[in-house]
Write a protein that binds this ligand. Structure first.
Ligand code: LLP
Length: 430
């Protein structure tokens, strides 16, 4: 459920008209609903409450939407954070996530990022290779600080999602292959400053079938039992994120959090350890839209193109994954058209929808790409020297710009003209 709905024929975010917001902020812009973010977190947390030996940690995957106001909204509700870089760690801390609720994942953490996590006093590192164990041991030893870690296991499970967002299959770069994960745990226990306390896995994203997750959890359980049998304590198991969200209103939705939680309860019965979850998309996906204006409607040889002021650089998912986002007019007319919705970027891949049945729109009309709160703004780029678009958060009748439009001059200010080019009469060197 989300808080985007039509009132008096105009799409609103909570109590704020998106047309009115567009007049104030200009398009394109992302708009997030604080009530929807909070609701999704609360529904997920309530579903998993009491699983494991109590007090499960719900660590929001910052990568899905790292906006400070988004993370702060969640931090106030008690969310933890799953971070994958020094930058995400800094954001989680700045947004008020307590260090003791932060998990650091990622296949290529660097020594300075490990050091930053240790300095901050985070809960645990999810370690993805034997080489990373050695690196973490070195950094921890230099700081003379004990560090808790889980081994992120590659369970060799096919998650049944898009190849580019599958992470648990055998040939994926993520995690320690399950056959070696026990040995990695034992090896970590041999380092003076390392404290292996658990196991972790994350098999993929936008999962709509729970069976592969259940399979993965079963494999983690078997490995935990093996380690316990050998005298090791396994006190935390992190089952990752990945639960899918409905992108298409005309298709059956993925399993509800309660159904997911029932599966987890079944798969982890009797485990006696703290469970951890890393949902990203499930929390913020349907809590955000991208609002855009129609620049013009163009008749091609065989297609009608609706050209929008948002491009693939603003919302990359359709180009990268052929992802579907519902497209609606902010002020829909009764008529509908079949159109190919494209951005202004100079790539044929800058296509949001092919031959889609949409509300009839004309130049100047505004539209919204729905379910754009996860992996939207955060994956944007400035390709074609297009500025990053603003992000707005709505909370009831209140709204605020929570990330400013970065104007072309600000982007350009990061470049500089090499000294030999700055002098007009310098000799040619090439
Ligand atoms: N934990 C780890 C270790 C992850 O790598 C991810 C996502 C998550 C949790 C959160 O997964 P979620 O609950 O959001 O599915 N850009 C892609 C998605 C990439 C997901 C990467 N990892 C997209 O737009 O679909």
């Amino acid at each position: 459920m989300d808080h985007f709905a039509y009132r008096d024929g105009v799409l609103h975010a909570e109590d704020v008209s998106l047309e009115a917001l567009a007049d104030r902020v200009g398009t394109p812009f992302y708009c997030y609903s604080a009530a929807t973010i909070a609701r999704h977190f609360e529904v997920f947390s309530a579903a998993v409450a009491g699983l494991g030996n109590g007090d499960p940690l719900v660590a929001f995957a910052i990568k899905a939407n790292p906006n400070l106001s988004v993370v702060a909204t969640l931090a106030r509700l008690g969310a933890g954070a799953d971070v994958v870089s020094g930058g995400e760690l800094a954001r989680a801390l700045a947004a008020g996530v307590p260090a003791g609720r932060i998990v650091f994942s990622g296949v290529g953490k660097q020594a300075h990022e490990l050091a930053a996590g240790i300095d901050a006093g985070i809960l645990q590192f999810n370690v993805e290779s034997e080489a990373e164990i050695a690196m973490l041991a070195e950094v921890a030893a230099a700081k003379r600080k004990p560090v808790e870690l889980a081994i992120r296991v590659n369970p060799a499970v096919n998650p049944g999602t898009h190849a580019k967002i599958s992470t648990g299959n055998k040939d994926s770069k993520f995690g320690v292959p399950i056959e070696r994960a026990g040995a990695a745990f034992v090896a970590a226990a041999g380092h003076e400053w390392l404290r292996p306390i658990g196991l972790a896995a994350h098999i993929g994203s936008q999962l709509t079938d729970l069976a592969p997750i259940e399979d993965c959890i079963g494999r983690l359980g078997a490995l935990a039992a093996e380690l316990r049998g050998a005298g090791h304590a396994v006190t935390r198991i992190d089952v990752g994120g990945g639960l899918g969200v409905p992108y298409r209103r005309d298709q059956p939705p993925p399993p509800e959090p309660t159904v997911y939680a029932e599966m987890v309860a079944r798969a982890t019965r009797g485990w006696d350890c703290r469970l951890m979850f890393e949902p990203g998309r499930m929390i913020v996906g349907n809590a955000g839209v991208l609002v855009s204006s129609v620049i013009l409607v163009k008749q091609g040889a065989a297609k009608t193109f609706v050209v929008t002021d948002a491009g693939m650089n603003d919302l990359l998912r359709p180009s990268l994954y052929n992802a579907w986002h519902d497209i609606v007019a902010l002020r829909p007319a009764a008529d509908r058209i079949t159109a190919t919705v494209v951005g202004p970027v100079c790539e044929s891949g800058d296509t949001f929808a092919e031959d889609r049945d949409i509300h009839a729109v004309a130049a100047g009309d505004r539209i919204a790409f729905l379910t754009a709160g996860a992996y939207g703004a955060t994956m944007a780029s400035t390709y074609n020297s297009r500025p990053l678009v603003p992000e707005v958060m709505v909370n009831g009748v209140d709204w605020a710009v929570v990330s400013a439009r970065n104007e072309p001059a600000a982007m350009q200010a990061l470049d500089s003209v090499a000294p030999w080019l700055a002098q007009p009469d310098s000799p040619r060197t090439v």
